[in-house]
Design a protein around this ligand. Structure first.
Ligand SMILES: Cc1ncc(C[n+]2csc(CCOP(=O)(O)OP(=O)(O)O)c2C)c(N)n1
Ligand SMILES: [Mg+2]
Length: 400
């Protein structure tokens, strides 16, 4: 996809000078291009920004917001079992997604379905997976919010926090060995950086100089654990420095800053100059998931600030309006149009129903063993009340 944010020059000035800072300064600072009120930090730095890209970023963010709202409503109505929103984190998701190229690979964590959607994962496929219906590519075997998309190189997320980060680095190491000019993008949350897998992965990334862009969405919460007790490091980005991996700390609610920083990292990886670790500072405005109530453990007055004046969609909207690239009221019209798309996809997918029970034993052995056949027969013969799959879509609850 296009990289229209002006590339950092050899001797960068203005905000881009950030990328030329020393390792410690980059990992402790905060790269920003647009302030909370929608004014540019430096107009010249955004002079080369492409209008169409800026509008695509805006649309991508609004699509996530609208989709999340509909899916949460479905969960509350008992029509799906589980949902994890990304409200307030849309800039980190879309700003990075827009940098990825078709041949790259994406290894996500919990909140990056929007990256898949931006790359071409269809709403129908996404929603089919959430219903776990017969059209779901994973045949209803994953809990909801675990989409995957082979065609668009979007790997299914890992439920086990951080186990995906060594995979991302390993994929990038393979790309390097094969001499591909591809990049692997690996995502994680702030909590994920406390897991052993994170440290193993960062070490391998540093030593192998693999073409990997590791992106931490620091939303300041890991379920009920706040950042302040998650890590004693002054910033998450500093953890990269210890492994010899260049680290950038970026305002994750500034989509143009995210896009510029991830462009810098991806270009570097494509040139063969190795990995980058990015901390995108944001906030988990929503609950951890549909199974969580954050008012039990945090001050929601803080959340209101991030939900209001720090909202990433509002920030880009204000900037685009100031630049004459968006009109007041366009956002509402766009949201209405995108919501129709989501509602239509929900209607199509809800009508499909659950996969055949017999598919339970597919993909295990070429010929199912007698034991699997016997188990399938036992499930198939179970009383109807205990077997919701005989009645269509199963909307049991799951916890995470
Ligand atoms: C290895 C492991 N431990 C615990 C969990 C339970 N769990 C699921 S998500 C989560 C918090 C993740 O926090 P973070 O990495 O910050 O991501 P966020 O949810 O904020 O996006 C935990 C502890 C898990 N899924 N896997
Ligand atoms: Mg988190």
């Amino acid at each position: 996809m296009a990289h229209a944010t002006s590339a950092p020059s050899a001797t960068p000035t203005g905000p881009y000078a950030y990328f030329d800072g020393d390792d410690d300064a980059k990992a402790r600072g905060l790269f920003q291009l647009v302030r909370e009120d929608g004014t540019a930090v430096d107009d010249a730095a955004l002079a080369a920004l492409d209008r169409e890209l800026a509008r695509r970023l805006f649309e991508g963010m609004v699509r996530i917001r609208v989709t999340d709202a509909r899916m949460m409503a479905l969960q509350r109505q008992g029509r799906i079992g589980f949902y994890g929103e990304a409200v307030g984190q849309e800039a980190a998701i879309v700003g990075s997604a827009a940098v990825t190229q078709k041949e790259d690979w994406i290894v996500p964590a919990l909140r990056e379905a929007g990256v898949g959607l931006y790359r071409g994962l269809t709403l129908d496929s996404y929603i089919a997976q959430i219903f776990g219906n017969a059209a779901d590519p994973t045949k209803g075997r994953q809990m909801p919010c675990h989409p995957c998309d082979r065609e668009n190189h979007y790997v299914v997320m890992s439920s086990c926090v951080s186990t995906q980060i060594p995979h991302a680095v390993g994929i990038a190491m393979a790309m390097k060995i094969k001499g591909d000019r591809k990049v692997c993008f690996g995502y994680m949350g702030d909590g994920g950086t406390s897991e052993g897998d994170f440290h193993v992965a960062l070490n391998f990334a540093g030593v192998s100089k693999a073409p990997v862009v590791l992106i931490c969405q620091n939303n300041q919460w890991a379920i009920s654990t706040p950042g302040s007790v998650q890590s004693a490091a002054a910033t998450i980005a500093l953890k990269g420095v210890g492994y010899g991996v260049e680290a950038l700390r970026v305002d994750g609610n500034d989509v143009l800053a995210v896009h510029a920083a991830v462009t810098y990292a991806a270009d570097k990886a494509r040139r063969g100059d190795g990995p980058t670790f990015l901390e995108l500072l944001t906030y988990r405005v929503s609950a951890h998931s549909s199974s969580d109530d954050p008012s039990r453990y945090r001050d929601e007055a803080v959340t209101e600030v991030w939900k209001g004046q720090r909202d990433p969609i509002r920030r880009l909207e204000a900037y685009l309006i100031k630049r004459g690239w968006l009109e007041a009221g366009e956002r509402e019209a766009l949201a209405t149009k995108l919501e129709v798309d989501v509602r239509d996809a929900i209607a199509r997918q809800e009508a499909i129903g659950a996969p055949e029970l017999s598919t339970l034993i597919d993909d295990v052995f070429e010929e199912p063993t007698w034991l699997l056949r016997e188990q399938l027969a036992a499930v198939t013969d179970a009383p109807r009340a205990r077997n919701p799959h005989q009645h269509g879509t199963f909307s049991g609850t799951s916890h995470k």
